[in-house]
Ligand binder design. Sequence first.
Ligand code: NAD
Length: 482
Amino acid sequence: MGVIESELFINNKFVSSSTKDSFELFNPYNGDLVAKIAEASVEDVNLAVSSGETAFPSWSSLSPIARGAPMKKLAAKILEHKVELATLDAISMGRPIETCFDEEYAAVHFNYFGEAGYAQGHTSLNTPGFLNMSLRQPFGVVGIIIPWNAPLVFFAKKVAPALAAGNTVVLKSSEKAPLSSWKVASWISECGFPPGVLNVLSGHGHISGAAMGSHMRIRAISFTGSTRTGRAIQIASAESNLKKVVFELGGKGPSLIFEDADLEEAAKGTDFSIFWNAGQTCMANSRIYVHENVAEKFVALFKELAKSRKMGDPTSGDVNHGPQADKTQYEAVLKYIEIGKESGKVELGGEPNILKDGRLTVNPVIFRDQPEDSRIMKEEVFGPVVVINTFKTEEDVIAKANDTEYGLYASLWTNDLGRALRVSKKLESGMVGVNCASPTGSWDLPFGGWKGSGTGRESLLESMDHFLEHKSIYFKCPGIGG
Ligand code: NAD
């Protein structure tokens, strides 16, 4: 594959950036130049918003079936090009193609929302002499900003419900993984979306992302990414037009392993949770708490699994652990490894030869006995780095698990049903796995976090709500009686 040159997709046409600026994307495994990516400017954001505004009246007037038709064609295209899309992400941000489920996920979402776009309000006879009603209506142009760790998942889970609800969309991909979004954009026109309905921009957050956050004519933004950026978008929204914001943010997930747990299952589940995608997962269990009586046995099992990860080129089918997404991510992880070495004990990895498997690859690191207030326990590392601490009592471990500003996904392992329910209830977390860990979930249940992990909930059943305004109509009907 030669060097790709990607453009912006506005009003159903690929165009270069209005400033002609572009940036380079390098393969994090071997350092090759992969692509030159168009850098969207503030003016490009304005153009995309204007084209969305022009498209909105007719798109929002279509029936759900008519809006669904191009969405279902896009789902088919994505599945047909599964390997190509997975490869584009692998060479951009190092995600092994062997671990890719994004295309199936995306297709399910475009197919589901291609059928489910029937927004409804309700009616009321509770005011004498009135037949009152509420309507659910699209906002107009909505903004969608996605991260790099599973680009197509976020593309589909946000774009599909936004379009189904009758909005038009300006999406900005992540500067670290723009190619799968760019490829999907190349099918938008042929799938039958009218010009301006779905605009796909590439570029950096401080330019086009910031312009979207403060845009006066974008009335709602759905964002997945770091808590830091979520805060910046919240401020930009408050200082511009108070647009509605929906956030899925960072995590520092705890996993609680009780004395009666099936330790082999717990080791398998927690290993997968933290090391899948080289630890670059918002809901990874980066803090494991194991009962002191079974700690040595659990650590031995966990360590064997961590050592058996198949590291290497993410485009090769038998590799399940690729490099970190880019040099910035890689260096951030190395920094945290040094921080962890200073505050606690190293059980595995962290040695200076971390480079040997690939340019930006980090071997799994297991820390033990870290102080609860240390940085490695409090801050999101976003790398293959886990801490295993011990506990004595249920109260003790619940307090430790909840002592965080995050609250995305927690898990617990026990064979005691009463304890499973009691502890699930007390954990301050948007999602709880019982005898399973993240990313185990269900696409029809609310996905999202408490505290600093987010402000909304996404799912097949919930997501369309984010993209619909309410309107109450008080309809005086003197003849209605009552
Ligand atoms: P990030 O916040 O650095 O970037 C996310 C997106 O925001 C990118 O497209 C970026 O260009 C854009 N952006 C950056 N600054 C911006 C600004 N000022 N205004 C508007 N947009 C801006 O996050 P990331 O590094 O891409 O992703 C990793 C983070 O995302 C982690 O914290 C992870 O936990 C979180 N995440 C959360 C979920 C979830 O569902 N809760 C899922 C995946 C990732």
